[in-house]
Design a protein around this ligand. Sequence first.
Ligand code: ADP
Ligand code: MG
Length: 287
Amino acid sequence: ATPTSIMVGTGKAAESGILFKGGEHLERTHQLEAIVLDKTGTITKGKPEVTNFTGDDETLQLLASAEKGSEHPLAEAIVAYATEKNIDFMEVDDFSAIPGHGIEVRISNRHILVGNRKLMQDHQVDVSGVEQEMIDYEVDGKTAMLIAIDGEYRGIVAVADTIKETASQAIQELKAQGLEVIMLTGDNERTAQAIAKQAGIDQVIAQVLPEEKADKIKEIQNKGKKVAMVGDGVNDAPALAIADIGIAIGTGTEVAIEAADVTILGGELLLIPKAIKISHATIKNIR
Ligand code: ADP
Ligand code: MG
C-alpha cells in the first residue's frame, strides 16, 4: 500500500463525512466480511416516543419521577410524555440502574420497578396476565416496559423508535457488497425481529447484556471472519474497540467515538457502504 494512495483515500472519505483515524483502518475496511449494527440510535433514530401507557395517574407520576434519574433514551421518552401531561415530578430517594433490565427506585417509601420481564421475575412480580399484551406491542416493533409499585404490577409503558430513512438502502448496499449483516441489541427478541425486518436484516442477536456485546463480536471473529461493529452508545464502546473495524455514529456518545476507528458524521448509514467502496477503490489503485 503506497502512503500516497491511502492519503488520497482517507481524504476522499473525509470529504464525504467518513473520518478514519488512520490509513491502516482504510486498508482493513477492505477486508471486512461481516458487519454488526447496534439497534437503538444506530439503525433507529434513537428518539423513542411513548405510544401506549396503561396505568393510572399515580403510576404515571411515580414512573416518570423514577425515570428522571436515568440517562437511557427510553427514560427520556417517558419523561417527555409525562411532562406533556403536566405531571408533577417527585423527589427520588434512591436510584439504581440495572443494566439491560431496567431501573429500581425509591420515592417517599414506595418501591418502583420499571423494566423487562427478567426484572419482574427477579423481584417475584407476577406479570403473566399481561403477557399477550406485551407480545402485541413487541410484534409492532415497540419496546414494552413493565411497571411495578411495592411489588405489584401496575401497568405497561410502550415506546416506539422509528428506523432511519436510509437504513434499508444502506443495508441493501452492504449486502450487495458481499457483507453478512447482523443486528445486535439489548432489546427483546420480538421487538428486535420487527425492527430488523423493516431494515431488511435477517440475522438478529437480541437480549444481549451491555457487557456481552464485545463477546458476540469475538464469537464472529473466532469463526475466522473480519468483522465491523457499528454503534453509538457507551455500551457499544468495548465492542467497537474489539472489532476489526469499529464504526461510531457521529451523533453518538464521545466514549463510542473514542473507541472506534472510523466515525460517520451525522449518523448517515449510507456512508458505511460508501466507506467500503472507497477502501476497495484505494486498494485496487495500489495493486
Ligand atoms: P439497547 O441495546 O436497546 O439500548 P439496553 O441493554 O440498554 O438496550 O436495555 C435493554 C432493556 O432493558 C430495554 O429494552 C428495557 O426493557 C430495559 N431498560 C433499560 N433501561 C431502562 C430504563 N431506564 N427504564 C426501563 N427499562 C429499561
Ligand atoms: Mg445504541
